[in-house]
Ligand binder design. Structure first.
Ligand code: 13P
Length: 253
């Protein structure tokens, strides 16, 4: 059975003190909670990753992720962060391919393929983001667009490597807008993503792959989204910045 996962992408939010407060609040809330989520992944800014990993070490089912990594293991790349550094501070995952990085940092499918490769080579699992713009959706090209994102950055992987991939479908028009994909829209794309994976790697791999939804997911709409057959959890932005909201989403399964 595939894992149910709720991940919180803090993006570029929180000062150090605020970050520690949020981690402490999450620890306190989660330690007193029974829930059926299999993995909770906290994705703070890289500056706080070590502390996040250390402080949550004894909290059941909590893992940490970076929001990015570099294509090289080390070297003269001022300001960048390598997979070896991310691993060394205790993180388990890296988010790769977020639409904000594709847009503002010009990350191409090819660059993301390199990042996926170096992450997996260093035993860092990947939360791989895909998703279309409103323009692509309105032209009815969204399914083929997402398929090409997966093909270009992931489908060179072996079956074994693919088992370290979590997919996050994040339609760009739903990110930070308050316009959530309907449960039907989310289910349609998640079904298609699983179908592409099955066509490439077989149904066993497809059935074992967690596919998360992201984009204005909040405590009010999480339950109906998570109830969809092919939605295995969420990648949460804004609502992950408030401990009570994030915990409420974790309880939505
Ligand atoms: P919001 O939940 O703020 O829409 O952000 C979603 C997202 O981009 C998570 O990576």
């Amino acid at each position: 059975m595939r894992k149910k996962i709720v991940a919180g992408n803090w993006k570029m939010n929180k000062t150090y003190e605020e970050a520690i407060q949020l981690i402490n609040d999450l620890n306190a809330g989660l330690n007193n909670l029974s829930h059926s989520t299999d993995e909770i992944i906290i994705c703070p800014p890289a500056l706080y990753l070590h502390e996040a990993a250390t402080l949550t070490r004894d909290t059941a089912k909590v893992f940490t992720a970076s929001q990015n990594c570099h294509t090289n293991e080390s070297g003269a790349y001022t300001g960048e962060i390598s997979v070896k550094m991310i691993k060394s501070v205790g993180a388990t995952y890296s988010i790769l391919g977020h639409s904000e990085r594709r847009m503002y940092n010009h990350e191409s499918d090819e660059m993301l393929r390199d990042k996926v490769n170096i992450a997996l080579a260093n035993n860092l699992k990947v939360i791989f983001c895909c998703g279309e713009s409103l323009e692509i959706r309105s032209k009815n090209e969204y399914i083929n667009f997402v398929k090409s994102q997966l093909e270009n950055s992931l489908f060179h992987l072996s079956k074994e490597q693919f088992s370290s991939i979590v997919i996050a479908y994040e339609p760009i028009w739903a990110i930070g807008t308050g316009v959530t994909a309907s449960k039907e829209q989310a289910q349609e794309m998640h079904y298609e993503i699983r179908y592409f994976i099955a066509a490439k790697y077989g149904s066993e791999v497809a059935e074992a792959t967690s596919i998360l939804y992201g984009g204005s997911c909040n405590p009010k709409n999480a339950k109906e989204l998570f109830e969809q057959a092919d939605v295995d959890g969420g990648l949460i932005g804004g609502a992950s910045l408030v401990a009570a909201d994030f915990i409420s989403i974790i309880q939505s399964f």
